[in-house]
Each structure stands twice: as C-alpha cells, then as structure tokens.
Design a protein around this ligand. Structure first.
Ligand SMILES: NC(=O)c1ccc[n+]([C@@H]2O[C@H](COP(=O)([O-])OP(=O)(O)OC[C@H]3O[C@@H](n4cnc5c(N)ncnc54)[C@H](OP(=O)(O)O)[C@@H]3O)[C@@H](O)[C@H]2O)c1
Length: 298
C-alpha cells in the first residue's frame, strides 16, 4: 500500500537522463537514493546529498517511489527481475523508452509482483528536466499517479493519459515520429543548400521561419484525416506536390547527394497518384500508412 503522499525516491539508471532526474529530485528536497551499473556516475550526486545504493535491491528498498530510466526495456527487465521480491508496496515509475506492448507486459508483471506501476514518456532533453518546457506523459495505475503526482511534478508538467499502461509510450513514439520527420527534413535541407557552400548556421533561421508558417497547415490536414475527407479544403493537391517533390529528389542527385532520407514519401505519393487521387491533399497518404504492405523492416 503506497502512502498517499510518498516523499522518498530512488533513481535506477544514471545516464544523462537518469542523472538529470536524480538532480532534480535532490534540488526539490526529496531524499534521493541512486544506483547505476557504472557506480562512479553516482559520485557527483552523492556529493550533493544523494544516498548511494550498493545494489538494485537496496535502491528499491530505500524508497516508496522507484524511478527507472535505463537504455531500453531489456535492460530494465534484467535489472528489476532480480529484485522482484521487494517490489510489493512500491510505486514503480518506468521512464525508459519502449513500445506500448512492452509497457503493457511490464504493467502486468508489476501487478503480479504487487507493485503499483506507471509507465512514462519523457518529452524533454536532460537539460530541460525541471524546467517549464519539460513534460512527461504517464499511463497505468490511476492510484499510482495520484499518489506520485507531487513528487513527479518536480520533473516537469505531468500528463496522465489513462489506465492503459501502453498509452504513454504510444503518445511518446508518435511525438517522436513527428520530431524525427522534422530532423530528417532538416538534415536533407542543410545538405542540399550546403552543396553550394551555404552554411547550416546561415540557413537555419530561414528554415525555422518557413517551418513555423507550415505548422499552420497541420490543423486542416488533421481535419481531413479525422473525417476521411482527403479532398476537403485542398490548397495544394497531391499531383502538384508530387511534381515538386520529384524535383527535390532530382536536384539532390544532380547536386551529388543521396536522396535516401526523402524517397519513401515519394513512393507513397506515386502509389496514391496511381490509385487516382491526384486531387486529394497529402493527407490522402494516410490509408497507405494504415495498410502497410511496402515496409516490413524492423
Ligand atoms: N537523453 C535524452 O535526450 C532522452 C530524452 C527522453 C527520453 N530518454 C530516455 O531515457 C532513457 C535513458 O536515456 P539516457 O539519455 O540516460 O541514456 P544513456 O546516457 O545512454 O544512459 C543509459 C543508461 O542505461 C544503463 N544501461 C545500459 N545498458 C545496461 C545494462 N546492460 N545493464 C545495466 N544498465 C545499463 C547505463 O548504465 P551505465 O552508465 O553503466 O552504462 C545508463 O545508466 C532512454 O530510454 C531514453 O530513450 C532520453
């Protein structure tokens, strides 16, 4: 049974993110115990007042709230399975990046161990933790979220998405999909303009302004996606966009670049055009993504 206001926390995993989490709990005045495979990474935190645990079991025993932030779920499982006897009554908060299925499986395992479980997705870099722009998504036990909210709020804004433990990672990976699409475009754009010796630093302000304008298009695309009306309020039809997109690929080759980051979208455009939807908007690619037949890689 968790206290309604737990106020002791252990952080397992002191990579860049785990260290930022532990630092933030310490700064907020919470008694904080830390453990990391490579023990020396705890030294700076211990100098600031954290307790060093000699083992994972000792870290779990020391606190009511146990935050785990390691590389992936395989590592998380390896670490925690050896200490499942002491999990009952703890609030386990897993901030390790993973998939919805991994989160649901871990929630079932934690429940069988007698622990309250919250799965989380950190929407911040380590330096943002504890700052107003950081937010963290949570899903899983509502009881756990209510109990842990005060302590977890020190890390950034907390958003509880529901009892299905898989929701936090679903939203997290969806947000990261948007981010990596942006980063891929940024890399290709700077490489393309850079073929004429334009520095990325010089070009980035113009790209940023352009992207801010283009963000205004998203609500209309979202409306088309939700209604299934891919031909609604179309300003930039797919035939036109595919022709311009073809020029991106051709110019990239002509300038001596590998267009590989950009080609998958063209493949989808061409398929949709071949199906006769040239007057639809780009949102019309959604049915192809929902029926994946082309990409079966990892
Ligand atoms: N950094 C970010 O910007 C960011 C943002 C959002 C979410 N996240 C998520 O936060 C989690 C941690 O990221 P990070 O930036 O802290 O990564 P990191 O700096 O690479 O740290 C990885 C952590 O995992 C531990 N680890 C790896 N393999 C292990 C093993 N076999 N046994 C025991 N421990 C092992 C490392 O221990 P050692 O120190 O002993 O190697 C270290 O504590 C990831 O799931 C990541 O996706 C990170």
């Amino acid at each position: 049974m968790i206290h309604s206001r737990p106020d002791t926390v252990s952080v397992i995993g002191l990579g860049d993110m785990g260290t930022a989490l532990a630092n933030t709990f310490l700064k907020a005045g919470y008694p904080t115990t830390v453990w990391n495979r490579t023990a020396r990474k705890a030294n700076a935190l211990v100098n600031k007042g954290a307790q060093r645990a000699a083992s994972v079991a000792e870290a779990i025993s020391a606190s009511e709230v146990v935050v785990v932030c390691v590389l992936d779920y395989a590592v998380m499982q390896e670490i925690l399975h050896a200490a499942e006897d002491i999990l009952p009554g703890r609030l386990l908060v897993n901030l390790t990046n993973g998939t919805p299925q991994q989160a649901r499986k871990t929630a079932a395992w934690a429940a069988a161990c007698g622990a309250e479980y919250l799965d989380g997705g950190i929407m911040a870099t380590p330096s943002m933790i504890g700052q107003p722009e950081a937010f963290i998504l949570y899903s899983g036990s509502a009881v756990a979220f209510d109990a842990g909210q005060a302590i977890l709020n020190t890390l950034g804004g907390s958003q509880y998405l529901g009892a299905d433990a898989g929701l936090a990672s679903l939203y997290d990976l969806s947000l990261l999909s948007g981010m990596y699409g942006l980063f891929a475009g940024f890399l290709h754009a700077t490489a393309l303009v850079g073929t004429e010796k334009v520095e990325a630093r010089a070009f980035t302000p113009m790209l940023t302004s352009w992207l801010k304008v283009m963000l205004q298009v998203l609500p209309n695309l979202a409306e088309q996606i939700d209604t299934g009306r891919y031909d609604g309020a179309v300003e930039s039809n797919l035939s036109m966009q595919a022709a311009a997109y073809h020029n991106i690929l051709q110019a990239s080759r002509e300038q001596g670049l590998d267009p590989g980051l950009m080609t998958p979208l063209k493949t989808l455009m061409d398929q949709r055009l071949a199906e006769g939807y040239g007057t639809d908007d780009l949102s019309g690619l959604i049915p192809l993504i929902r029926k994946p037949t082309m990409y079966h890689t990892s």
